[in-house]
Design a protein around this ligand. Structure first.
Ligand code: SAH
Length: 344
């Protein structure tokens, strides 16, 4: 009989398991604490259980813990982890240090089912969704690296690694629950951002469920024809639907939305592109994060000139829209936005 992944069990199920074997329910709590709060990799290390109990667990269950297979450090301090999953598949996660914060950029799927033309991850076929524990483990690993190399705990999490989080919504939500409860890492949801290419139905669902984390949308164009050209799934989820979902999001959560946006030469650097973006930003309180383009080596996309980007900023700001610029981090080790492609 195949052993079961013990972290697929809820706390109640773990308690029941012990009761069904004539043991006490609180053993379930103890094991649960080891699995999540202490992030144990093996039953062996669960020192407050008897040897017999540990062996019994070993017979019934496995702990499908991730393994950091390779770690690369950028000259700017960014760390990229190649993370090996229990079935041998690999995803990547990134630690991004700044003066005041450490941010973990985590993956939600192996590969990606979307086909954004400018993103290296899109070239990997989507193999499968990550389980909640596999997402959780990436965060724990980066928290440990942050303490080890930067002498401080992890402060922020962004779901901007491989995959589309809203195409793996139940597992992403379960992982965030574990990350935010005291029984897990106890982090504030306000320090977590889920980034999506924009799946309207799921944005509405999230809003209805009253989630407390932040939302970022990879917009890149507010004109359907342009957006469909660079993000083909936009044909299925057009901007009007996205707009409605975002209005709904704001009405329910009162949380400002961040639009991620790269300006490319000859693609979205015209006046009408800026005007469309300004108009889109008026639908719901939002800010624009202009992202530096990280070339993915086929030369099809070129970042617009400094001047064109400055112009974008000026027009947005003149219209009362907050703009920030996101400089690339970890480019030399292919760890920057859109570069995660299991190259090593
Ligand atoms: N699928 C989700 C999560 C991935 S986040 C989403 O699309 O939001 C990765 C972010 O990097 C997205 O904003 C994406 O649009 C952006 N990105 C992708 N390729 C990029 C590249 N080559 N240079 C800069 N940003 C890129």
């Amino acid at each position: 009989m195949a052993k079961k992944d013990i972290r697929a069990l809820t706390k109640a199920q773990l308690r029941e398991f012990f009761v069904s074997r004539g043991d006490q329910a609180f053993r379930g709590n103890q094991v649960y604490e080891w699995l999540w709060q202490k992030s144990a990799h093996s039953f062996d290390g669960m020192t407050n259980l008897t040897k017999a109990t540990r062996e019994m667990l070993e017979q019934h269950f496995v702990i499908n813990h991730i393994q950091v297979d390779a770690m690369q450090r950028s000259k700017d301090g960014t760390i990229k982890n190649a993370v090996k999953l229990h079935d041998g598949l690999i995803v990547e996660s990134v630690l991004i240090p700044t003066e005041t914060r450490t941010t973990a950029c985590v993956s939600s799927q192996v590969g990606c089912s979307l086909d954004c033309k400018f993103c290296a991850t899109a070239r990997l076929k989507r193999m499968r969704n990550l389980n909640p524990d596999e997402i959780y483990d990436q965060v724990v690993a980066i928290d440990r690296q942050s303490r080890l190399y930067f002498d401080r705990p992890l402060s922020n999490i962004v779901f901007m690694g491989m995959g589309e989080p809203l195409m793996n919504y139940p597992n992403v939500l379960k992982a965030i629950d574990k990350i935010t409860t005291e029984e897990g890492l106890g982090m504030s949801p306000r320090r977590i951002t889920v980034s999506t290419s924009g799946v309207p139905k799921m944005i509405k669902k999230m809003a209805d469920e009253g989630v407390k984390f932040n939302l970022a949308v990879s917009l890149h164009s507010a004109i359907d024809t342009v957006r469909t050209q660079i993000m083909p799934f936009n044909a299925t989820f057009p901007l009007a639907d996205l707009r409605d979902a975002l209005i709904h999001w704001y009405q329910k959560t009162r949380k400002r939305i961040t639009y991620e946006y790269v300006v490319w030469q000859g693609i979205n650097d015209r006046r009408e592109d800026i005007e469309a973006l300004v108009k889109f930003c008026r639908f719901a309180p939002s800010k624009v994060n202009l992202i530096e383009y990280n070339p993915i080596d086929d030369g099809q996309f070129q970042q617009a000139s400094e001047e064109a980007i400055r112009h974008y900023m000026q027009v947005l700001e003149a219209n009362g829209i907050t703009v920030t610029i996101r400089r690339s981090r970890g480019k030399d080790i292919d760890a920057a936005c859109g570069q995660l492609a299991n190259k090593t």
